[in-house]
Write a protein that binds this ligand. Structure first.
Ligand code: PHE
Length: 517
């Protein structure tokens, strides 16, 4: 009998699942409005460069770190270096926090999908403060994701991604074509989205030189590609010989970027044609949950169908992302505690749900700009967690992956072994990572370029934010606290103990099956 493996059944299954993780609210919502706000095609251009030089390089590192260990993120980083296992714990806290607010937004998308035929125009103000309903839809969203994670990698995540991702793509293409033919105003929308404006890209509203566009592009690339939060390490760990890391990463990046680009190509022409007065206010929460419903309402009867398809697509994108976040945490719990997958996933989701309740309440209060409501140091909870994860911790998680492969990985005997990219290529090839003609480029990037750019992104982002708002230090402090907790917890409880691997889950299942017979 062929040896069973705990993981993806096929290379394409893995690629679709990873693309499912990558394609999410960041693509369908964040990318379009960031592009229009930061110089249009100038932003797209720089974004693509970021995907190539920073994103793809980091993704290769992450997937490979997981793949070579075939284990949870803690064990995977531990396998690179025993003293670096805490990075695996840190990149696991990040997805946990993201789950808590991402699911609230996921709940919104479900509400908007199901409510499409009644009409979503103007409901943001009433829905977002209807605490019971917000919690209900958040819960519904979490249950859907939970069911998929409970069913495992092959039977749950892979199966769901294989169906949902093609559906998402077809809906998107259909909507883009529909919107591009809405007639007058389409061109104005396209101009708003893509008109290349390098001046706007490099200057702030007051006309001062600013790197905010660049920072936005880099940050967006990380978030959109699901980097720096263990998701790719985790999915990578479930792959075997059937995938080539470099090729898979190329496909995931291309798919992710195309979806993001197309999303803007659907939204802006539609806004330009049907709600041109909104073209200049199309940012933030409003774009997806206030302006688009208005646009759909003005499309007439067919608008309800388009609205349903559109929000169903967004919900699909959000679900296939959230399952990757939950899986990162579930994987460690299953493997470390030997609790069953179903129970572990349930525990993770239950705790995330408990936290998401105040997040959902806090978001609603801010969305209607009512009294400040539940907040953390002057931030609504969603912004607080979102900033802590995206702006501070996620770049550090990505840095950890680059540092692990670029500097910690493998045995180094001479000084040249430490510093030469060539020596790194040799070590990686010996270990099983073959990148062909790109291997030297990869080695130079991951050692010298990508980590430096990431640190630049992180530090300058923090500086910009604290100068704007001193309370931002609380967000930085909270992030540092998480880093310290990861390190202390790791050295006290995990470093010396067995933190498990993917095969353990399979072994446990086999024992269970045998005893059931
Ligand atoms: N990449 C997802 C998006 O674009 C978000 C995400 C981040 C999902 C991290 C999983 C892990 O929305």
């Amino acid at each position: 009998m062929e040896k069973k493996k705990n993981g993806f059944a096929s290379g394409i299954g893995f690629i679709l699942a990873a693309a499912g993780s990558a394609v999410g609210l960041g693509n369908l919502w964040g990318f379009p409005f960031k592009t229009s706000a930061n110089g249009g095609a100038a932003f797209v251009f720089v974004y693509i460069a970021c995907v190539l030089f920073i994103g793809a390089v980091t993704m290769i590192a992450e997937i490979y770190i997981g793949k070579r260990a075939a284990a949870n993120t803690v064990s995977s980083y531990k396998k690179i270096n025993k003293n670096f296992g805490w990075a695996g714990l840190l990149v696991l806290l990040i997805p946990f926090l993201i789950t808590c607010y991402y699911s609230v937004l996921g709940g919104y998308t479900l509400k908007y999908t199901l409510n499409s035929f009644a009409g979503n125009e103007g409901i943001l103000g009433t829905f977002s403060v209807n605490i019971g309903e917000v919690i209900l839809y958040t819960a519904l969203f979490m249950v859907l994701a939970l069911v998929i994670v409970m069913a495992g990698i092959k039977g749950g995540i892979e199966k769901a991604s294989k169906v949902l991702m093609p559906v998402l793509f077809l809906i998107l293409v259909f909507i883009v074509i529909f919107c591009l033919f809405l007639g007058e105003g389409v061109q104005a929308g396209l101009n708003k989205y893509l008109n290349p404006d390098f001046y706007a890209f490099f200057h702030d509203a007051e006309g001062n030189l600013s790197f905010n566009g660049l920072l936005a592009a880099m940050g967006q690339a990380f978030f959109s590609l699901s980097l720096g939060m263990g998701a790719m390490v985790c999915y990578g760990s479930y792959t075997g010989k059937e995938i080539k890391v470099g090729k898979s990463v190329a496909m995931i990046c291309i798919f992710d970027t195309c979806v993001a680009f197309l999303a803007g190509l659907a939204m802006f022409p539609a806004i330009g044609a049907l709600a041109p007065e909104q073209l200049n206010t199309s940012g933030g929460v409003g774009l997806m949950f206030a302006i688009l419903p208005l646009v759909f309402a003005r499309m007439g009867a067919f608008g309800q169908v388009i609205s349903f398809l559109f929000f169903a697509m967004v919900a699909i994108a959000a679900i296939t992302s959230v399952i990757s976040l939950v899986e990162v945490v579930t994987q460690l719990i299953v493997q470390k505690t030997k609790m069953s997958r179903k129970k572990s996933a349930l525990v993770v989701m239950a705790i995330a749900f408990a936290i998401s309740v105040p997040v959902g309440i806090s978001l609603g209060r801010v969305a209607i700009l009512e009294e400040a409501g539940l907040n953390l140091f002057g931030f609504d909870m969603l912004t607080f967690f979102d900033e802590a994860t995206n702006a501070v911790l996620m770049p550090l998680g990505a840095f950890a992956a680059c540092f692990a492969i670029g500097w910690l990985f493998g045995e180094k005997k001479t000084l040249a072994d430490w510093f030469s990219p060539k020596a790194l290529v040799a070590r990686l090839e010996e270990d099983g990572l073959h990148l062909g003609k790109f291997s030297m480029v990869f080695a130079v990037m991951i050692k010298y370029v990508t980590p430096v750019l990431i640190l630049f992104l992180d530090v300058s982002g923090i500086i910009t934010n604290v100068t704007k708002n001193p309370n931002y230090w609380f967000i930085v402090g909270f992030s540092l606290l998480l880093i310290i907790i990861s390190a202390v917890f790791y050295f006290l409880f995990l470093k010396k103990s067995n933190t498990g691997c993917n095969a353990d889950e399979l072994a446990a299942e086999e024992v269970e099956e045998a005893s059931a017979e």
